[in-house]
Write a protein that binds this ligand. Structure first.
Ligand code: CUA
Length: 328
């Protein structure tokens, strides 16, 4: 291959390893443990691959010379012994390293906060719990955590199997119907880390993402306080109209806005929708145009999801958008 091509290709490959959803850019002790395990596995697999290919190449090019006797049984036995010995040592290293890193996940130490996460089709319902396990407030697809302290995720599913994975912060843990799993992690620097469902769960598995936003403790405390408030009341006529559209057009059947409507069926809680970065489980940026597109054609954007289209005349549509943008 021409040398001029090689450098950009290597650079591209390395670029693919960075960014907000990369296990190579660790932002916490748990992810750091995972990456050590990854490099151990990588080194062992590389060594085994090179050794096996090397031995195969030697064997295929080697010819027994004239009059040479076959390899004696004793020599073969020694080679076999070495092969088995090395294999046992390598497998033991892999097993120990794997147990050590998965033990760290299940660690039941003290945590600053417990957050309940339920895998839905195809989004994440997030409930912050108080000191006695009582629900404080509910949100969706965007999880704020304080930096520097461990938090615990309680992971569940009421449908199929999903898997909670924020590569920069920790390894994967499955959300299983009928069972509760736990994941303890800490972020040691503030930032936005992207997470992704890591277990195939249906047609929109790929668009089942989320954000973990690690904030300095004082910023996080402010966020927690703001989230516990009920929805902001409309201040002008158009926003008022939007609120009525929200209540009458069917939105309130699935979406709770605290202080305004409690939904019977569970779609994402929209009480504080406006400050969220994304819509539809991190599929779209949370901007007016995308929000409008999502409301009028959710099946075009994410086919198979449970949200139906909401046909509205243009004044009602604009008023609804204004109301949703008012939900600070
Ligand atoms: Cu949920 Cu894949």
């Amino acid at each position: 291959m021409c040398k001029g091509f090689r450098i950009p290709i290597v650079a591209l490959l390395l670029m693919a390893c960075g960014g907000p959803q990369s296990m190579f850019e660790t932002a916490g002790p748990d992810a750091a443990r995972v990456i050590v395990l990854w490099w151990i596995l990588f080194a062992i697999c590389l060594f085994v691959t090179i050794a096996v290919i090397g031995v195969l190449l030697v064997a295929s090019f080697r010819r027994r010379s004239e009059g040479e006797l076959p390899v004696p049984d004793k020599k073969l036995g020694v080679a076999m012994g070495w092969g088995i010995g090395v294999t046992i040592v390598l497998l033991t290293v892999i097993l120990t390293a794997t147990f050590r890193s998965s033990d760290a996940y299940a660690e039941q130490g003290p945590v600053a906060l417990t957050i309940d996460v339920v895998g839905k089709l195809w989004w994440w319902e997030v409930t912050y719990l108080g000191e006695n396990g009582e629900p404080l407030f509910r949100t969706a697809n965007e999880i704020h955590i304080p930096t520097g302290v461990p938090v615990r995720f309680r992971l569940r599913s009421d449908n199929v199997i999903h898997s909670f994975w924020v590569p920069s912060l920790a390894g994967k843990v499955d959300l299983l119907p009928g069972r509760t799993n736990y994941l303890r992690l800490a972020a040691n620097k503030a930032g936005i880390y992207r997470g992704q469902c890591a277990e195939y769960c249906g047609i929109q598995h790929a668009l089942m993402a989320f954000l973990v936003i690690a904030q300095l403790p004082e910023e996080f405390a402010e966020w927690m306080e703001a989230q516990q408030l009920p929805a902001r009341e409309p201040k002008d006529e158009m926003t008022h109209r939007g609120k009525n559209v929200f209540l009458q057009a069917g939105c309130a059947k699935c979406h709770t806005v605290r202080g305004v409507a409690v939904a019977v069926e569970a779609g994402p809680d929209l009480t504080h929708l406006a400050p969220r970065h994304t819509l539809a489980a991190a599929s779209l940026p949370n901007r007016r145009g995308h929000l409008g597109g999502w409301i009028s054609d959710p099946q075009g954007i994410k086919p198979g999801n449970l949200m139906p289209a909401t046909p509205l005349n243009s004044e009602d549509f604009q008023a609804l958008l204004r109301y949703l943008e008012n939900l600070q």
